[in-house]
Design a protein around this ligand. Structure first.
Ligand code: ADP
Ligand code: MG
Length: 725
């Protein structure tokens, strides 16, 4: 047994694991806690005067502006409800561009002057807040003299009470904007883009005869992958603690080759953690649904039911916070990083996207008559056009230093954005490209005349895990987003490029109808045009194959390999025009997001580089030197005893040790280089100088890990972190 203390402690703890005491009544009916901490529609209906309730609902469902008098009434009911739930404070929760969740807490209680305090919560406090926001990234949108940012209630996302052993807090999901109304967060553009997308989708629905339907919104079902490690290991790894990933670590003797973890039995402690989190998520109204082991050892997934885009985004952030807290309670740490362990599968956050409303369901579901299918094909064609035309923006929406480790590494989709339609749908579009479709592949029940369109089976068809944007029967699954990312960025992009495509389609069809063209023929002609122009983005083959990048290049599809290749897509004239046209971002906002993207990239790599230098110098080098000394001492002793000594073991350790020394020296000087102050220059330097210097340090260190005596090695190994749970 080795002498590594963290490892021994972790083993003992895992052996002695007793699930934490239940914090709830065991006789509680499963599911009965759902939404108990949410100020949801049912609560509002019970507690608000009828007219107030109606007015709030019309804001939620039809996007009407909220009346200030209504806000007062809602605030008062919300406060009473929250106080009954034990809340003492309220917080405007917002989503700054760090990708994290931020909150500012205020007490409900205000002194009355006679020595007592009264609970106060006015409509204007509910609707607007003013956090001092000067240290959030703003990419040049805010000068320090106007550092103030404003938060504003997102009426469509319900308030909730967050429990804490030391007191509860009423949380209000909000947008976060500058004094001039420019977006400083992820929620503002999400709401704006949703509105734009819905508006143009409704124009198309009208043409198909749905004249009085509910607001169309986007739906998002995020699948979250993550790793769990024992906390003792985590605390013994400064790299995991500070950068979320291991910067050192030799490949374990047993990797994921056996595929024995995927969908395997969930370890007891992990299952305990999952059940605990799910109960907490239920209380918050988050519909946690699927859970299973993922491909890599120590890797798992949770997928809540899909919800309206902005609510799904809020819930996703809340889910990550809840997971972190509860993992600790079970003696584990959760890793959301896209690539915590080199050589082992990384984690993504698949964004399942559809659009629709409660009346019509998903508009991406094939119908059971030709008319509905024509509508379905029109919405699908809009997706194809959007993804082809703005592939660069989709790529940019998932670009980060951490996700760079994953995309294109033959485990996640490649950096080339393409669409998988499945054989059947691809076949129909192929036929549409060459004129009206006449038959459906294999199934044989597609009938089409001059003025009708195919009947499609709703069978989702086959799966393709190598495609970044796959049709899965009733939605598209965007598989490139990283596990650490908020889903807002990708959702904003999808909504906006869809707004553009839907606008295009609606305009074309409206014009044809106005000219007196028969509607079905107009649809047919439009579908043919779109698939002819944009069909190049459809790819049903293996996205991991070596031939694909070559083929993609022939098709004119971009392969934006790293974040720095992808980010400039945000500020092309076409992108600026698109986002301005649909009022999602003005030019200044786009430039600010671009700047922040660069800053975050440089910051992330900067931290990793400094950590690599520090751990290499103060932990790995000394361990290797001690080992070298032991070997040398042994040789000297053998020689002194008159025994012939083999020098090979000394050379074996001295070589990588020499390499480590010189790699550390190079990294130190790369970090000391003067690179100027622009975000661009710092980001370029991080990619060109820091990343290769870090790799050299790691290579030498990983070679040493396989030589140095186990009891001297300072860091928990991959073997331990991945398999001891
Ligand atoms: P798979 O592993 O097959 O991708 P999962 O069950 O893990 O499927 O996750 C599927 C996700 O897609 C869930 O979050 C689910 O709620 C979501 N989803 C299902 N239907 C839709 C839809 N119409 N729109 C958006 N998301 C959807
Ligand atoms: Mg899944």
């Amino acid at each position: 047994m080795s002498g590594n203390k963290a490892r021994l402690q972790a083993m003992r703890d895992v052996e002695a694991y007793v699930p934490p005491a239940h914090s709830f009544d065991e006789s509680e009916a499963p599911g009965s806690v759902f939404g108990t901490n949410v100020f949801n529609q049912a609560v509002m209906q019970k507690r608000l005067p009828k007219s107030v309730y109606k007015s709030v609902m019309s804001t939620i469902e039809h996007g009407a502006t909220l009346d200030p008098l209504v806000a007062d009434a809602v605030a008062s009911a919300m406060k009473d409800w929250a106080l009954e739930k034990g809340a003492t404070h309220y917080a405007h929760v917002f989503y700054p561009l760090t990708g994290l969740t931020a909150e500012k807490h205020d007490s409900f209680f205000e002194p009355t002057g006679d020595g007592s305090a009264l609970a106060e919560f006015a409509g204007k406090t509910l609707v607007q807040g003013e956090p001092d926001a000067s240290s959030f990234p703003n990419g040049g949108l805010r000068n320090t003299f106007e550092a103030r940012g404003y938060t504003g209630w997102d009426v469509t996302s319900p308030a909730y009470v967050l429990e804490n052993p030391n007191g509860n807090t009423l949380c209000i999901p909000t947008v976060f904007v500058s004094m001039t109304g420019e977006a400083l967060d992820h929620k503002t553009p999400l709401l704006r883009s949703q509105q734009a997308m819905g508006e143009h989708a409704e124009r198309i629905l009208k043409l198909f005869g749905h004249t009085d339907t509910k607001k169309v919104v986007s739906f998002c079902g995020p699948e979250q992958e993550y790793f769990l490690v024992d906390r003792h290991f985590f605390l013994a790894r400064p790299d995991l603690m500070n950068s979320g990933r291991t910067l050192f670590g030799a490949k374990p003797p047993k990797g994921q080759e056996f595929d024995d973890h995927y969908f395997g039995a969930i370890p007891e402690r992990v299952l305990g953690f999952m059940m605990d989190t799910e109960r907490e998520l239920f209380k918050l109204g988050i519909p946690a649904k699927t859970r299973h082991n993922e491909v890599a050892p120590g890797q798992f997934e949770i997928a809540p039911m899909f919800e309206r885009g902005n609510i799904a985004a809020d819930h996703q952030q809340l889910l990550m916070t809840t997971f972190k807290t509860i993992a600790k309670k079970h003696g584990m740490e959760i890793l959301f990083h896209e690539k915590p362990f080199a050589g082992v599968n990384g984690s993504g956050k698949h964004v399942n996207f559809s659009l629709g409303n409660s009346e019509l369901g998903s508009l991406l579901v094939p119908g059971d008559n030709p008319h509905d299918n024509a509508q379905f094909l029109v919405f699908c064609a809009a997706v194809i056009r959007a993804v082809h035309k703005y592939a660069g923006l989709l790529r940019a929406s998932v670009a980060s230093a951490t996700n760079d480790h994953r995309l294109g590494a033959n485990e996640a989709p490649p950096a080339i954005i393409s669409i998988f339609l499945g054989d059947q749908l691809a076949d129909i579009f192929e036929q549409i490209a060459s004129g009206p479709a006449t038959s459906s592949k294999g199934k044989g029940h597609m009938t089409i005349g001059v003025d009708t369109l195919p009947v499609l089976p709703t069978d989702p068809g086959d799966r393709n895990r190598t495609s970044p944007f796959a049709f899965t029967g009733n939605r598209f699954e965007f598989r490139a987003p990283g596990s650490m990312q908020t889903v807002s960025g990708p959702m904003v992009t999808i909504n906006t490029i869809m707004a553009d495509s839907l606008d295009y389609v609606a305009t074309a069809l409206e014009a044809s109808v106005a000219e007196g063209t028969d509607f079905d023929s107009a649809v047919q002609a439009l579908l043919t045009e779109i698939i002819t122009e944009h069909g190049a983005v459809v790819f049903n083959g293996d996205g991991y194959a070596d031939a694909w990048p070559v083929e993609a290049e022939k098709r004119g599809l971009a392969n934006l390999k790293t974040t720095l290749d992808a980010l400039p897509e945000l500020i092309t004239p076409a992108a600026l025009e698109l986002f301005a046209k649909y009022k999602v971002f003005n030019e200044r906002e786009m430039h600010s997001r671009y700047e922040i993207g660069l800053e975050q990239y440089a910051l992330t790599i900067g931290v990793e580089a400094r950590l690599t230098l520090e751990m290499g110098t103060t932990q790995i080098l000394p361990a290797a030197v001690r080992h070298q000394t032991e070997v040398a001492t042994n040789i000297a002793a053998l020689k002194a005893a008159g025994v012939e000594a083999d020098l090979a073991p000394l050379t074996e350790v001295s070589e990588p040790l020499g390499a480590l020394r010189s790699a550390l020296a190079s990294l130190r000087s790369a970090l000391a280089e003067e690179v100027g102050h622009s975000a661009q220059a710092e980001a370029e330097h991080a990619r060109a100088a820091l990343l290769p210097a870090m790799s050299a340090v790691r290579a030498a260190s990983d070679a040493l890990e396989e030589l140095v005596s186990d009891d001297l090695w300072p860091l928990p190994t991959y073997q331990e972190m991945l398999y001891v749970l």
